[in-house]
Design a protein around this ligand. Sequence first.
Ligand SMILES: [Zn+2]
Ligand SMILES: [Zn+2]
Length: 323
Amino acid sequence: MLPKPPPRESSLGFLFAPPYRIQGWSVAGEQTCVMVPELDLCFDIGQCPRAALAAKHLCISHGHMDHIGGLAYWCSQRHFQGMGPGSIIVPAAIAGPIERMIHGYRELEEQHTPFNIIPLEPEQTHEIKNNIHVRAFPLEHTVTTSGYAVIEKRSKLREEYVGKSQDELRIIKESGKEITRVLEVPLVAYLSDTAPCEALLRNDVRTAQVVIAECTFSEPEHLERSKVGRHLHLDHIIEWLGVLECDKLILIHGSRRSNVMEARKRLHEIVKPELAEKVEFLMDHRFNRERYENQMYEAERAEAKRTGGRMPPPPRPAMRPRR
Ligand SMILES: [Zn+2]
Ligand SMILES: [Zn+2]
């Protein structure tokens, strides 16, 4: 008998939560790396999947190996491929050890790998694109941990000036008055390892369009274990759903043992359908593929209707149409 080849590495989890692609890999204790290509952003880098190299900005939540193990590789590979240093946003409290780690690798590789660390204290922000900012906030885990909110700052005309003509507005502006105010629109929130804490109720988390959050345990008998490791349990998520205003809550960091299908079933048994529908699991490959094929079908159908073209064939019967 020939020996068996090693198991095939599974592919990245992928979801389209318009307008964002959420892709990556996340299993508790193994590795977490979640990318949002539309924002040139990557959250955590437990290992460094090829696709993560393209992200210009990287937010590190905490120093556990399953969240930071691929960082030095990311820096070195980006340098090797001539991609520039990229920015590494980290909790200010652990910026020192992170810098020392990268310096260690620079010594080992005998090369000047460039890197750009941006330490953020809780509530500090850093602009990653025009008007798009990342804000750090504290989470409660076994080590110093930050969550991140991606916020768009939009300039809005102050209410008292709505309806005024351009000339009137110009005169008011010239008199030194501020005619606009800044409106914050939370786009994406990322909460990696954490116990239930105040951050779950923050406005920039609660009202974010897409929330990405850990849910390490889902079986009822594992509630105690989630407390010990300071992690979220599906029961916490279910309670949280009542106040979340997001379009999509994407759960990551499940343990390898926890069965995604069981978790989804429990969720749908306990929670109202309109809330349960908001929840997706990044690593539920089969379900996400079917969901994407349905999205594709709906998009092609809309396009065919618009242009009078040929209707696409319906998705496979096993698939229920979903948003
Ligand atoms: Zn972790
Ligand atoms: Zn951790």
